[in-house]
Design a protein around this ligand. Structure first.
Ligand SMILES: [Zn+2]
Length: 251
């Protein structure tokens, strides 16, 4: 493992921060412990922007992610992903955007089996789901452009955030917005301190951990503004479309 890495967000210099067992999972916060896998996973930290990532896992292929992380046991470390979270996210979006959302085109990026989009369609939304793992035969050029893109539980899972941003930009209408979740690492990850943050969990596929500064740099490099509703829910936007006026004021 090299100790002189460049930051994938800002090109700053990074050094290894800590090593954890591959089986470290978010469920440990609820008292569940999988036992050790015996596989070390190194996290590196950028001294400039605070982005924290796993250099080795970031090089994995889709097949390796499927075999080692998004396999049959994944549900043990993220029991809410199949049903509970899509239902809660759909309810949240409906309450945020109300009836206006029926007139806009919505894409749920990283939507897994498509449950969130299906729930929204029942409320007359024009929703489409796309997941790089599920919809492997779909090229994103075929999907079209969208006024609203949601990306729940996506950013912390991606090995290449520049690639993700380029996909999102190519899918977004000129006045579109991106609503996304990821928990900000500020106060939880610091240089010269061991990682004891529950969210830094290789078994959950949490391989990219964003500081507020790193998200701001990503926004700036992609010509969008960043707003946050909470430590875990954010928005990228340029020109605010009328239907999103009331939510951007909160962000
Ligand atoms: Zn950086």
């Amino acid at each position: 493992m090299k100790n002189n890495l460049l930051c994938p967000v800002c090109n700053g210099s990074c050094s290894l921060l800590d090593v954890v067992d591959f089986n470290k999972s978010c469920e440990e916060a609820r008292g569940k412990f999988l036992g050790l896998a015996g596989i070390p996973v190194y996290y590196a930290l950028c001294s400039d922007c605070g982005f924290c990532f796993t250099p080795e896992i970031a090089t994995w292929t889709l097949q390796e992610f499927e075999k080692k992380i998004y396999n049959d046991e994944y549900i043990l470390v993220d029991p809410d992903y199949i049903e509970t979270r899509p239902k809660a996210n759909a309810a949240n979006l409906i309450s945020m955007l109300g009836d206006q959302a029926r007139f806009i085109k919505h894409l749920d990026y990283g939507g897994g089996s498509g449950l969130l989009a299906n729930i929204l369609k029942k409320s007359n939304w024009q929703s489409v789901s796309y997941d790089p793992f599920v919809d492997r035969n779909v090229s994103i050029d075929q999907l079209g452009k969208f006024d609203l893109i949601t990306a729940f539980e996506v950013f912390e899972h991606v090995p290449d955030v520049q690639h993700l941003m380029s996909n999102l930009r190519s899918l977004l209408s000129p006045d579109g917005i991106v609503l996304f979740s990821t928990l900000i690492s500020d106060g939880n990850i610091q240089s010269n301190q061991r990682i004891n943050w529950w969210y830094a969990a290789p078994r959950n596929g949490h391989i990219s951990l964003f500081s507020r500064k790193s998200l701001a740099i990503i926004a700036q490099n992609n010509g969008v503004n960043l707003g946050s509703f909470s430590e875990g829910f954010h928005v990228f936007f340029t020109n605010v479309p009328p239907w999103a006026n009331h939510i951007i004021r909160l962000g």
